[in-house]
Design a binder for this molecule. Structure first.
Ligand code: DX5
Ligand code: ZN
Length: 218
């Protein structure tokens, strides 16, 4: 049975207090913690590297869901795995040998995810589904939090759900997810909702609890 999970993206957290922010959202109902490393090359922003992931690891009691927006990704798989990632997701567009990258991720003991940009068709993962634990359908162009949800991608979420069939693969959406757009993703078949600005807005643990509940109840 499909179970809804909320994965707050710490990109919208207070970077000076990451450990505390993680503990607070987990206490307020976060199911996973979503982490967004960016390289200033694959996407036009720079965020966090393996050292920061290792530093926050002890604060994460749930699941550390690491979404790599770096290209090529292969060089850094080992470092992010050793930093304590539970799930490592790479972009299908980030390198020519996705199948090899997925094998490397599982080889280092992590669950393997594939992220698809808005314009990337589902067909790129058709022949490696057995090596995938998570499909991440991007509902924005990656690089920044707080952008608007892309409605045309909801059809791809539905097609991905169909493609998954009874395989044990999570279907995650990322970008512009809030109480208005989350129900569309859930109806299309997504089970993991990443939300940054919609969870961290307000800035207090009390706000986080209300914001997470608003998405879950929507
Ligand atoms: C952006 C990241 C997202 C981002 C989402 O490239 O992948 O995880 O933090 O932020 P919101 O929920 O504000 O769109
Ligand atoms: Zn992300």
């Amino acid at each position: 049975k499909r179970e809804l999970k909320i994965a707050p993206s710490i990109l919208s957290a207070d970077f000076a207090r990451l450990g505390e922010e993680i503990r607070d959202v987990e206490a307020q109902g976060a199911d996973w913690i979503h982490v967004d490393p960016m390289d200033g090359h694959f996407v036009p922003n720079l965020t966090i590297g393996p050292n920061v992931v290792a530093a926050i690891r002890p604060h994460v009691k749930t699941v550390m869901d690491v979404h790599l927006m770096i290209s090529p990704a292969d060089t850094y798989i080992e470092a992010f795995a050793n930093a304590g990632s539970d799930i490592l997701t790479v972009h299908a567009e980030a390198g020519p040998h996705l199948d090899r990258t997925l094998q490397a991720i599982r080889g280092f003991g992590c669950k393997a995810g594939v992220a698809l940009n808005i314009t990337t068709p589902l067909s790129v993962i058709e022949y490696c589904l057995d090596k995938i634990d998570l499909i991440l359908v991007m509902t924005i162009n990656p690089g920044f939090g707080g952008q608007k949800f892309t409605h045309s991608v909801v059809d791809k979420v539905a097609a991905a759900r169909k493609m998954i069939g009874d395989r044990p693969i999570w279907l995650e959406v990322d970008g512009g997810v809030d109480p208005t757009t989350a129900p569309l993703c859930w109806e299309a078949g997504s089970d993991v909702m990443v939300a940054g600005s919609a969870v961290f807005k307000g800035g207090t643990p009390d706000d986080y609890g209300k914001n997470i509940a608003a998405i879950k109840n929507a």
